[in-house]
Design a protein around this ligand. Structure first.
Ligand code: NAD
Length: 258
């Protein structure tokens, strides 16, 4: 059995992932704002440090894999802090602990939204590690209303997928024998999408932006199974990738652009 740290464990994809791994006999330390083994706020630098320290303590000092699911989609700069810095800083803190495992793995949750229009300036600020600058740019977007403010979300996921690509081949991850990847779900039936999908106009907009010809919207366990494999001992060579688990949405939207 292995020991996993799962963020966002109180709801949706993170909750399904923690449950699946526990069913399979593994030890899971869940991290979330509330209703978790470790309750901490990944939107702040202090919260990330507390979360990492307490999760390692709860794991008894040895961790085999980290699966970072916590995220929000609000049209405000907080989204950048949770979805990008709340993932990358948290993982970077845990990498030296993971490195002591015989089969360490790290997986994050990106999104189909990583392919949507975004703010390149905001993406660059995140990848430069400048959270203050990124928040400033994100706030300027938010000030122009929710439609422009929404760019905080696709920008956070574009930056995250690009970070995975860059870091996966560097000293901290490949150098420590840690495959690092992302999963990009299409539309998943969770608290994040519930309200939007309940309204006919909302559902129509979602389906136009994320068409899913194969099997439609997915249950969170569908994503959990892929996350579990990427974080398992079986994955030795898959690295730096964003895997679209999206009912064919990427193939529909990007077509031959590969
Ligand atoms: P969800 O709202 O059901 O779960 C997200 C969890 O993250 C919640 O338990 C929440 O408390 C936690 N969280 C939020 N902010 C936090 C913080 N500051 N510190 C600690 N925990 C925090 O949503 P979900 O759909 O399960 O989303 C999981 C991930 O999947 C997110 O990264 C999201 O962007 C991504 N995603 C979701 C969909 C979808 O259609 N639902 C599609 C693509 C990507």
């Amino acid at each position: 059995t292995r020991t996993y740290i799962v963020t966002g464990s109180a709801s949706g994809i993170g909750s399904a992932t923690a449950e699946l791994l526990r069913e399979r006999g593994h030890k899971v330390i869940g991290v979330d704002l509330r209703n978790a083994d470790v309750e901490a706020d990944l939107s702040t630098p202090e919260g990330r440090q507390t979360a990492a320290d307490r999760a390692v303590e709860a794991a008894g000092g040895s961790v085999d894999a980290v699966i970072a699911c916590a995220g929000i989609s609000a049209p405000i700069p907080l989204t950048v802090s949770v979805n990008f810095f709340g993932v990358t800083e948290f993982l970077d803190r845990l990498a030296p602990v993971l490195a002591r495992s015989e089969a360490p793995r790290a997986v994050v949750v990106s999104s189909m939204a990583s392919l949507q229009p975004n703010s390149p300036e905001l993406v660059d600020a995140m990848l430069a590690g400048d959270e203050a600058m990124a928040r400033q740019i994100g706030q300027k977007l938010a000030d122009q209303g929710p439609q422009i403010g929404y760019l905080n979300y696709p920008s956070s996921k574009r930056a995250l997928s690009r970070w995975v690509r860059r870091e996966s081949i560097g000293e901290r991850y490949a150098g420590n024998g840690i495959p690092l990847n992302a999963v990009a779900p299409g539309t998943v039936l969770t608290a994040m999408t519930r309200e939007l999908l309940a309204a006919p106009e909302g559902a129509k907009m979602v389906d136009e932006n994320v068409p899913m010809p194969l099997n439609g919207h997915s249950e969170p366990v569908v994503i959990a199974r892929l996350l579990a494999w990427l974080a398992s001992e079986e994955n030795t060579h898959l690295a730096g990738q964003t895997i679209y688990c999206d009912g064919g949405a990427d193939a529909s939207l990007r077509g031959d652009d590969i």
